[in-house]
Design a protein around this ligand. Structure first.
Ligand code: SAJ
Length: 443
């Protein structure tokens, strides 16, 4: 690998120029981690509005305080830019762009591919290109490298390639970019050394033999969650039939100090990681003629959970209120896909809302983190719908409250006192005194 030594020398002296491509929930904290170590970072994003936000010291994300961006700007080490000519000036190019699913639930690498086509016209010898976005094994080698080599440069000789999966967990109070070990995979010793040197100043690196192992490891981490969530969702349905409280069962099992890890049932699986990542592997596995029945079965369980919850709501309304869902007034508590964040992506609450409306219910929602449903491609008809405000008279007017996300800013005791029926998919009864729990139906 030409100019590896020069690269390593610059890294040793903290003189590497880093370019983070994509300033979202992954790229921005990554850029911040470098500025905190006194290392110059160019923040490249195709969205000029995003760049203006950065320059004005605004994060544009609820979980990242503006002050953090202002501090990055004031350090003089962070240079936001929408000008692609900056790409040539960096030593390391870290790609943090979205890898969603398309409308057929197949991997959509269009952002990665378009970034590579842009990058190839600025690529120069001695640089390293590292993909951070979650993707299927083989992406770095089979998709990115051929595009970048259209520059005439040869990967592994003129420039280096590596893969280092992002492990950002927005809103996680316990871990942040610089404290989450960073997998680093590359297909030659020299490229591994350069990739390691790129990250070593900001985070503990974990070297893996090649890009495929690193790509597969990230998928494994999230598919592990997907299948375990599917397991507890199935156990919930089994134990409900046996009149056993699955939450008590999980709590009991969790007393085992080894060999068990608690996951919890819910109304479905949301988010832009767990909900998406399994499909990257199942899609790629088909190319190799390998089935992924277990992963797909977990998906079948998880995906039908919103319908299961609505079915249980119907039963409880019928039995306890002698009411049909059609014509009933329902309050949906929780629109975000997990507690205490504002992220709506793939939230099961949107499917619950849609199912409630399709069954003729009058539906409002309560979520202080999501004051208004943002424009979205799956349920565009609900964009603009606003959360109600907490008003005791209004809360008492609903036939049932369906709890879909257990935000901690809700007074569940008071909610249970006010509403005639609580249909609880998140075990919020743990916040409610015993004497009130007969108003709660766990689903
Ligand atoms: N969920 C359950 N039961 C559980 C855990 C989650 O129903 O026991 C649901 C959540 O309500 C949510 C969805 O699954 O709708 C995903 O929840 P998550 O806790 O996995 O959170 P995510 O989607 O933000 O996942 C991210 C991932 N981070 C990255 O991919 C870098 C994941 O690897 C982390 O483990 C996870 O955060 C985390 O631990 O918070």
């Amino acid at each position: 690998m030409k100019s590896k030594d020069a690269f390593l020398k610059k890294a040793k002296n903290k003189q590497l120029v880093i370019c983070v491509i994509g300033l979202g929930y992954v790229g921005l904290p990554l850029a911040e981690a470098y500025t905190r170590q006194g290392i110059k970072v160019i923040g490249y994003d195709i969205n000029p509005v995003r760049i203006e936000q950065m320059k004005a010291g605004k994060s544009g994300m609820l979980h990242i305080a503006d002050e953090r961006v202002a501090k990055m700007i004031d350090s003089g080490l962070f240079e936001p830019s929408a000008d692609e000519n900056v790409l040539a000036s960096a030593d390391a190019l870290l790609i943090c762009v979205p890898t969603p699913l398309d409308e057929h639930h197949n991997p959509d690498l269009s952002y990665v591919i378009s970034t590579c086509h842009k990058l190839k016209t600025h690529l120069r010898p001695g640089q390293i290109v590292i993909l951070e976005s979650t993707t299927y094994p083989g992406t770095t080698e089979q998709i990115m490298t051929p595009i970048l080599e259209e520059s005439g440069l040869v990967a592994g000789e003129d420039f280096a390639m590596a893969y280092s999966p992002e492990r950002e967990d927005p809103g996680n109070a316990h871990y942040e970019t610089s404290t989450i070990p960073k997998l680093v995979g590359a297909d030659s010793e020299a490229e591994r050394e350069m990739a390691d040197a790129t990250y070593r100043d900001i985070v503990k690196t974990v070297l893996v033999p090649n890009t495929r192992v690193a790509e597969a490891a990230k998928l494994t981490e999230n598919i592990f969650r997907w299948v375990n969530i599917g397991l507890v969702n199935e156990l919930k349905m089994v134990f409900d039939k046996m009149n056993i409280d699955v939450w008590e069962v999980i709590k009991a099992a969790d007393s085992k100090p080894f060999g068990y890890m608690a996951f919890y049932p819910g109304p479905g699986v949301g988010g832009h990681c767990i909900r998406i990542d399994p499909y990257y592997l199942t899609w790629k596995a088909r190319e190799h003629g390998v089935s992924t029945r277990f992963i797909e079965l977990a998906g079948e369980v998880n995906i039908q959970m919103p319908r299961h919850v609505i079915g249980r709501l119907m039963e409880e309304l019928n039995i306890r209120q002698k009411k049909a869902l059609a014509g009933s007034k329902i309050l949906l508590a929780g629109m975000a896909y997990k507690p205490d964040i504002d992220d709506m992506r793939e939230s099961p609450s949107m499917e619950l809302l849609d199912l409630l409306k399709k069954n003729g219910a009058h539906v409002d929602y309560l979520d202080s983190y999501v004051p208004e449903i943002p424009p979205n491609h799956e349920y565009p008809q609900y964009a603009g719908l606003k959360s109600i405000k907490w008003d005791e008279e209004v809360i008492a007017s609903y036939d049932a409250v369906l709890v879909a996300t257990d935000h901690t800013d809700v007074d569940y005791k008071r909610l249970t006192e006010l509403a005639p029926l609580i249909v609880d998919s998140r075990n919020i009864s743990r916040f409610v005194p015993e004497k009130l729990r007969d108003k709660i139906a766990k689903v």
